[in-house]
Structures are given as C-alpha cells and as structure tokens.
Design a protein around this ligand. Structure first.
Ligand SMILES: Nc1ncnc2c1ncn2[C@@H]1O[C@H](COP(=O)(O)OP(=O)(O)OP(=O)(O)O)[C@@H](O)[C@H]1O
Length: 219
C-alpha cells in the first residue's frame, strides 16, 4: 500500500515554479530521501507533504486520503494524527524544559502524560537532561528532544528536514540510529538532506532540480 502519492504537483509563485508537475510515490514502511541543490523545491515539497502548505495544482494522497481537498483545520488534524516532524532548526520552546517541550506536543494531542513523555526522552537517551532548558542542551541533545517530541503520537510518517544539518558526527550517528529504529518499527520516513551520506540510509533517493524530479536512485 502507498503511504504517499504526489500527483502532478506544482507550486507557483507569480512566474516562479517552485515545483513543477512533481510525481512521487512512497510505499508504506519505506525510507525515501529528497536531495537537490538550494532552491530546487525540497522544502516546498516537504511543506506540502507535511500538510503545512497546499499545492497550486495537482493532488497529494496521504494514507489514502486526498489532503489537497482539506481545509486548513483538517490539515492541522492530519498533521497531528499522522505526521512526526523533525526540523533542522529545533523549534523548541526556550523557556520550557526538555520534558515540558515533549509534554507540550502531548498537549496538542490532548494526552498529557508525564510518564510517557519521560519514556520518550529515555528512548532518545536524554532522561538525565529532562529538566534542562534548550539552551542548556547541546545541538545534538536538542535534536533528540525534537525526535522525542515527534514520536509522541506514534506517527505513521516521519518527515525530517535536514535532521542532522547542525550536528557533529557522533550526534548525526545517534539521530540516524533513531530513525533506523523507527523505520524498523514500521514508520515511513522521508528525509530532506544535502548530505550524500545521510541520503544513503534511504532505500530510494529522489533528486529535485528546478522544481522537477530529475532522477530517482535506488540506494
Ligand atoms: N513563499 C514563497 N514565495 C515566493 N517564492 C518562494 C516561496 N517559498 C519558496 N520560494 C521559492 O521557491 C523555490 C524553491 O524553494 P525551496 O525552499 O523549496 O528550495 P530548497 O530546495 O528547499 O532550498 P534550500 O536547500 O536552500 O533550503 C526558491 O526559488 C524559493 O525562492
């Protein structure tokens, strides 16, 4: 079964085609990476798949539902229920501790449970740092809090935009290991990356150029 079908998707800003008739299919449980030079449309595509933006033309079927037909509030619901987002900029709330940041994600899912939030932090190896504020954590630790936060609703689809962009090698390895664990557990994973190394973790790499799919590589 397909987790995602992107069909003839274009995103047009005035005369600029950020995406131009993109087609893409991702089966459930697969790991895809999206590469391409700066400005090729990677983030635009991720935002559309992640229900944060709508295409100008074309359709996106996510988990058998056409998300291009949905209202913004319905899109927010889908994002909460089905998608775990991991960004390069960590988007942690600066005055909340690691544990509270994870609990905030639970709050959005109407299921605040400190024990479960703590278990999510344990899972990413951060139980001992639970009471620290983001600025008291290293970049790698902050990214792992983001992963704990993304995992809170057992998302079917994990979207990661440059998840290792700011990290050193050992933290990169830790983040990639976590993604592998989630993949083994059945999550579908889509990673946008500039790194060939990171892209090779995927089963398939799609290369965008000028808003179009230029190549599809089986790794
Ligand atoms: N809101 C917007 N309004 C106008 N143009 C936009 C908008 N968002 C993106 N673009 C343009 O669309 C194109 C694709 O942008 P996008 O951010 O998707 O590229 P990218 O591949 O993610 O780049 P990078 O690797 O630098 O993050 C760029 O030319 C960008 O300037």
């Amino acid at each position: 079964m397909n987790m995602l079908e992107v069909k003839n998707v274009s995103k047009i800003y005035g005369s600029l085609h950020a995406l131009s008739e993109v087609n893409l299919t991702v089966e459930e449980g697969k790991w895809l990476s999206i590469m391409g030079p700066s400005g090729s449309g990677k983030t635009t595509l991720m935002n559309i798949i992640g229900c944060m933006d709508k295409p100008s033309l074309g359709s996106v079927i996510l988990d058998r539902q056409d998300i291009t037909q949905l209202s913004l509030s319905e899109l927010t619901e889908i994002r909460r229920d089905k998608i775990g987002l991991i960004f390069q900029q960590f988007h942690l709330v600066s005055y909340l501790t690691a544990l509270e940041n994870v609990m905030l994600a639970q709050y959005y899912h109407s299921m605040v449970d400190e024990k479960e939030a703590m278990q999510a932090l344990e899972r990413v190896g951060l139980a001992a740092r639970a009471k620290h504020l983001p600025r008291q954590l290293s970049g790698g630790e902050q990214q792992r809090v983001c992963i704990a936060r993304a995992l809170i609703n057992y998302p079917k689809l994990i979207l990661a935009d440059e998840p290792t962009g700011n990290l050193d090698e050992s933290n990169e390895a830790m983040v990639m290991n976590l993604l592998h664990e989630l993949h083994k557990e059945g999550s579908t994973i889509i990673v946008v990356t500039h790194s060939l190394e990171v892209s090779k973790h995927a089963q398939t790499t799609v290369v965008l150029e000028h808003g179009k799919v230029a190549r599809v590589i089986d790794n």
